[in-house]
Design a protein around this ligand. Structure first.
Ligand code: AR6
Length: 176
């Protein structure tokens, strides 16, 4: 399994699955979520609404993941996951780690070979980039090491700024 870092826009990635840093409502928002819905078109929101009306009437809890179509994106699926809001008073790293783990489990169930992740929780949810990068890389490495039979062959982190890319590059070099 390869881990690849790119600086760019996740909506332009030709991959099997694009992970969305959504919120519990699943009904869209700003940041990467807004970009995915804008570029992917209304088919994604339609499936999100159906999920809210069935499996996730109370919203998708933080740390969990669920797939929809990718609409007009150059991908097959969008995997929506809800990152935790950063808190100085409470350690919520297990929820951030869970986003990566659960998204990879969904990708494996779908049979995806390539998966693109944004830096979950590092925008509106204010998680410090260096710490988020360390959690992301450690979790992806641990998860894929445990699931040797997974269909996932490439995990691509798509970083939206030079600073985000640099933080992931450092964390990649340091991660066990
Ligand atoms: N491609 C890749 N990364 C992006 C893109 C893009 N097109 N756009 C933004 N980022 P955020 P969160 C980066 O705020 O912190 C939404 O309103 C961005 O620079 O999208 O998990 C949801 O609906 C940052 O590093 O997600 C939720 O309400 C990272 O993606 C809430 O924001 C994540 O920033 C979720 O907050």
């Amino acid at each position: 399994m390869d881990i690849v870092l790119v600086e760019g826009d996740i909506t332009e990635q030709r991959v099997d699955a694009v992970v969305n840093a959504a919120n519990s409502s699943l009904l869209g928002g700003g940041g990467v979520d807004g970009a995915i819905h804008r570029r992917g078109g209304p088919a994604i929101l339609e499936e999100c609404r159906a999920l809210r009306a069935s499996r996730y009437a109370g919203g998708l809890p933080a740390g969990q993941a669920v797939e929809t179509t990718a609409g007009r994106l150059p991908a097959r699926w969008v995997i929506h996951t809800v990152g935790p809001v950063y808190s100085r008073g409470e350690d919520r790293s297990h929820l951030l780690a869970s986003c990566y783990r659960e998204s990879l489990a969904v990708a494996d169930r779908l049979g995806a070979a390539t998966v693109a992740f944004p830096a979950i929780s590092t925008g509106v949810y204010r998680w410090p980039m260096e710490d988020a990068a360390r959690i992301a890389l450690t979790t992806v490495r641990m998860t894929t090491a445990r699931q040797a039979a997974s269909t996932v062959r490439e995990v691509r982190f798509v970083l939206f700024s030079n600073a985000a890319y640099a933080a992931f590059e450092t964390a990649l070099a340091e991660s066990p």
